[in-house]
Write a protein that binds this ligand. Structure first.
Ligand SMILES: [Zn+2]
Length: 288
């Protein structure tokens, strides 16, 4: 039984994802992360995957998009955060919207995942969401108020700038997702002690959208620009970097959320205090 049946009484057919890293991008992020889990986190992930009859993280990495296709839009958070395309700081009321966004959804689902007393279906769903949303928040057009729905032409076909960034650029790599995941993983170690948080990742993405994607004269000055291989080649390194960052950071989030707190010993502070969900949330989102 798939987790959707367990959690929400919905059984999902595989559906094409919309407005998100394409299926391959999410699988790459999940595959890189899976290679960097601690044994303890890895074991917990396997338990939550087994509960939904799945064997690996890439298999559930597009679940949140499939769910969105099945449920009313308003029941699901935005898979983006709509930061203004300037230098203003994040304002939850303005940028996150009422139904929630990728920032609030990551906070909520990471907390559920880290709560070992929560039910397995809820934690399995939270795992799937976290895997997906860490991917989405690294797609630059998921972090700006303009998500790039303008019409563009790619290799003679009408599409949108958003879709070019979701799938077109990665497709240009011309390799299967597993090969790309291996390649990216081999490109260098994940930075140790990366203390960045989802909001930092979103601000990085907004900077790419502001300073590169929308600053590009081909996009800025032409009504329906015709993009070709030169555009894809120039931007492929950015997509590769964002997928690698997402994979490493997803591993860090899962390792932190899925490490059981050590049992307090005599002389420790009040039981449970260091690992309360509010502390986990604060540390993940750099709230002091
Ligand atoms: Zn998505």
């Amino acid at each position: 039984m798939r987790i959707a049946c367990l959690a929400a009484a919905f059984c999902l057919a595989a559906t094409a994802p919309a407005l998100s890293w394409g299926a391959s991008g999410h699988k790459i992020v999940a595959q890189i992360a899976a290679r960097h889990l601690t044994p303890e986190a890895g074991q917990e992930v396997q338990k939550l995957l087994a509960a939904q009859q799945e064997k690996n993280m890439p298999a559930v990495s597009n679940w949140a998009d499939a769910l969105r296709a099945e449920l009313p839009d308003t029941s699901q958070p935005l898979h983006s955060v709509r930061l203004p395309l300037d230098h203003r700081p994040y304002d939850a009321k303005r940028d996150c919207r009422k139904r929630g966004c990728v920032i609030s959804a990551l906070a909520l689902n990471t907390t559920v995942l880290a709560d070992f007393s929560a039910g397995t279906p809820a934690r399995a769903a939270a795992l799937n969401y976290v895997i997906h949303f860490v991917g989405d928040i690294h797609q630059p057009l998921h972090t700006s108020v303009d998500i790039g729905l303008r019409k563009v032409w790619l290799d003679g076909e009408e599409t949108t700038l958003h879709k070019v960034w979701d799938t077109g650029i990665l497709r240009r790599a011309g390799k299967p997702w597993k090969t790309l995941a291996e390649e990216l993983d081999a490109e260098g170690a994940c930075p140790a002690g990366d203390a960045s948080a989802p909001l930092d990742w979103a601000l990085e993405g907004r900077a790419i959208a502001r300073d590169q994607i929308f600053a590009d004269l081909r996009i800025q000055t032409v009504a329906e620009p015709k993009l070709g291989d030169d555009y894809l080649d120039e931007n492929l390194p950015i997509v590769r970097q964002r997928l690698k960052q997402a994979g490493c950071r997803l591993a860090a989030v899962l390792n932190q959320a899925l490490t059981r707190p050590a049992a307090p010993t005599a002389g420790d502070g009040p039981a449970g205090e260091p690992s309360s969900t509010i502390d986990i949330l604060k540390s993940l989102f750099s709230i002091r």
